[in-house]
Structures are given as C-alpha cells and as structure tokens.
Design a protein around this ligand. Structure first.
Ligand code: ASP
Ligand code: MG
Length: 404
C-alpha cells in the first residue's frame, strides 16, 4: 500500500462535471489499495473573482480579511470533491489548511509554511478516508487564516508529500506535462519525460509552477510528476536524481512578454550609486529582474534594468528624482520588451550555446538589447513583437522538436 499525494489545479475542478471526473480518478487510486491525500485549488478563476469582489467593496482591502476571503475558494472545491466521493460510496473527508495542520508565518498573502502537523491527516488515513485538503492556505499561531501566494496549492501539495513521507507528489493539470516551449506558440513543442529541479526553478519564473513548491521538493527530494487530468499522458517527472537519458542539453525555451526596461544614461561611476537607485525601488516593493551596468568610460556609465510592465510608471517615479540628485544625464523607460530564455543543464561547460542562440536571433533579424546568463540559462531581452518568432526559431535551432 502506497501513500499518494496528488494535486488538482483550478482548471481540473472548474465545474461540477470536472469535479465528478476527478473524483472518478481519485477513486481509481483508492481502489488500487493506496492511501490517498488530494490537494485542490479553487474552481477555475474563482480566486480572481473573489479578489475582484473585494475591490468592489473597498479600495484597499485589509490583507487579513483578503486571506480569509480567498481561502474559501479552495474550501468550496475541497468540500464539493468530498461530496462527489461520498456520492460514489467512498469514505472521504475535506480538511482546510488549518485542519490539515499547515502552520504558517503571519505574512498575509505570502505566508510561509513553518511546519506541517500531520496528526489529523494520519488519523483520517487510518480511518480509511480519502482526504481532500484545501490548497493555498494555512493558519498562524493565533489561528488566523493565511494564504501562501498565488498559485501556491502546488506548495501545499509538496509540503504535505514531504511531511507524510510520500515517494512522489503528483500534480494534475490541464496540460500533458512540462513542454519544450509553449505549445500555443510552437505547435511542435512536446512534453518532456523529465526535467531537473534546477531547470524547473528557472521555468517557474515564467509561471509554469509555484517556485516555492520546486524549492521545497528539491529540499526534501520529492519528485513531482506533472501530468494531465484530461488525457492519458506519462507526464513529466521533475527530479534531482540521475538522468536516464543523455539528452540535448537545452531542455526548453521560455518567454515572457511582461518586461519593461529603464535605462539611466550618464551615471557617475562611484561607490553607493547603485544602492541609491535600487534601495528606493526595494522600499517601493518593485522587483527588479535583469540589471546590466557597463564598464565606465571617464567615470561615466549607463545602467539598465528591467521590471514588470505594470511597475514601469511607478519605477520611473521612484528613479527620476534619484537620477536628478546624482546628476545622471537621462532616464528613459520602454515597455515594449520581452525576454526569451534557453534553459538546460550543462550549458556553462559546453561552449557554443550562446553563439548558437545569438546567431539564430540574428538570422531572424532580431536585435538583442540585453543579455544575461546563469549556469543553466541564457536570456535575451528583445523587442516584444519579436518574442514569439524568436521562440519558434530557437525551438528549431536547438532541435527541441526531435525526441531526446
Ligand atoms: N487558487 C489560488 C490561486 O489562484 C491558488 C492556486 O490555484 O494554486 O492563486
Ligand atoms: Mg513588454
């Protein structure tokens, strides 16, 4: 008898019919004699709808109340799923995050899990119940409800898998797995059989999964199987072990259109300048992604960094007075940018990846504005309108359409 920890995303439980379909899948696992713990997200877009509702009653809703509000989304899907299981004649119980023992910090909207007390879950498993846990939420020491950040039901599932000692955390969603590129843009994109935690962490920056779920999985060495709740598919195994196949070192091409850049021209090159620019941005809670500063000529340099498009206006407001005070020549913003990355392990030790990427983009007539790299990623910032063509060209150039 194995212990299965499984998570179903919002699209898998979007309506009554889908909930009943998932219940059938859960029952199959139970019938095989396994113990089953299922984490569910809120139905469809219901978290967004609850947040929008809050905006209608208050310009600036209180975060404690917001957390209590949005946590109900997952409670709705967990209770409905449990009722569907009862209707099929199975023993099942729904648990909120608090009831499932998920203890968190009190940072509302972004709470972190401190500890999972599995006593109740284990007791219910012993009673032969299928357990449906409301994802995305936990409880503080003071019994206040918290949420773990958007998309964090993934993190709830991995935390439960780790603390219950499950061998793997299964994540069911509306796609077949982790793809070599977004299949809506690249029709030849295919699901990968496996991917490393490190690569997946990079990909999570592009919204494919809650990054803290992957960090947690890596920390506790819990593989995550990403697969579809709609079609049969072997899925993608995210893991940290030996890779069975020798494969093309680039595993995927990712992109993001939500990129804007700010360039500060003619910055005096002396200690403290970068701090004077980025400290107020941090205070204003604006996250900065890529930062590039050139070597200076005559003690004058240019500094460029990127932010999310929605933050461009606010970032310029923060940075302009600083530019004046340090006598920088100019400060310009550009929202029409996007970024593309090739991701894969082992790139750093093998020459030629960067040049192949740059050559591919140049053959497409795409100008690269900024370049950044990490051990397992090369990223280029380009004009937003060129991003999709770039993704298609890179997918082809790195032969990601071919099987490993
Ligand atoms: N329902 C939450 C959200 O939409 C959490 C999740 O789906 O994982 O962000
Ligand atoms: Mg943009």
């Amino acid at each position: 008898m194995a212990l299965i920890v499984r998570k179903y995303g919002g699209s898998s439980v979007a309506d009554a019919e889908k909930i009943k379909n998932v219940a059938v899948q859960i029952v199959k696992a139970k019938d095989e004699g396994d113990q089953v713990v299922v984490v569910v997200s809120a139905m469809g877009d219901s978290t967004d709808e609850l947040l929008a509702l809050a905006q209608q009653v208050a310009a600036n809703p209180d975060s404690r109340e917001l957390d209590a509000l949005v946590s109900t989304g997952e409670i709705v899907s967990a209770t409905l799923m449990t009722m569907a299981l009862h209707d099929m004649g199975y023993k099942a119980i729904s648990l909120t995050g608090a009831q499932a023992g998920i203890h968190t910090t009190s940072t509302y909207r972004q709470a972190r899990i401190i500890q999972v007390d599995t006593t109740r879950v284990k007791r219910e498993l012993e009673k032969d119940n299928i357990i449906i846990v409301a994802g995305f939420q936990g409880v503080t020491e003071d019994m206040d409800v918290t949420t773990l950040g958007r998309g964090a039901s993934d993190t709830s599932a991995v935390a439960l898998a780790a603390s219950l000692g499950a061998k793997v955390c299964e994540r069911y969603t509306d796609v077949k797995g982790i793809y070599t590129a977004d299949p809506r843009i690249v029709p030849e994109a295919r699901p990968l059989a496996e991917i490393s935690y490190e690569e997946m962490l990079e990909l999570s920056q592009y919204g494919s999964m809650h990054s803290r779920a992957i960090e947690l999985a890596q920390l506790y060495n819990i593989p995550i199987l990403v697969t579809s709740s709609f079609v049969k598919s072997p899925g993608t195994l995210i893991h940290g072990g030996e890779f069975m196949e020798v494969r093309n070192k680039v595993s995927s091409v990712a992109y993001d259109l939500d990129v804007a850049k700010i360039t500060i021209v003619g910055v005096p090159d002396r200690p403290g300048i970068a701090a004077s620019i980025f400290e107020p941005l941090a205070t204003a809670n604006i996250s900065v992604d890529t930062i590039v500063q050139n070597a200076s000529v005559d003690n004058i340099t240019d500094l460029t960094f990127t932010v999310a498009e929605g933050n461009l206006g606010k970032a310029l407001e923060v940075v302009r007075p600083v530019c004046e005070s340090i006598s920088a020549r100019d400060c310009v913003g550009d929202a029409k940018l996007g970024k593309i990355s090739i991701i894969g392990t082992g790139m750093q030790n093998a020459p030629g990846y960067a040049s192949r990427m740059f050559k591919t983009l140049s053959d497409e007539g795409i100008n690269i504005q900024l370049i950044t790299t990490s051990e397992i990623r090369i990223t280029c910032i380009v004009e937003e309108s060129k991003v999709k063509d770039a993704v298609r060209a890179l997918h082809k150039a790195f032969e990601l359409d071919k099987n490993d």
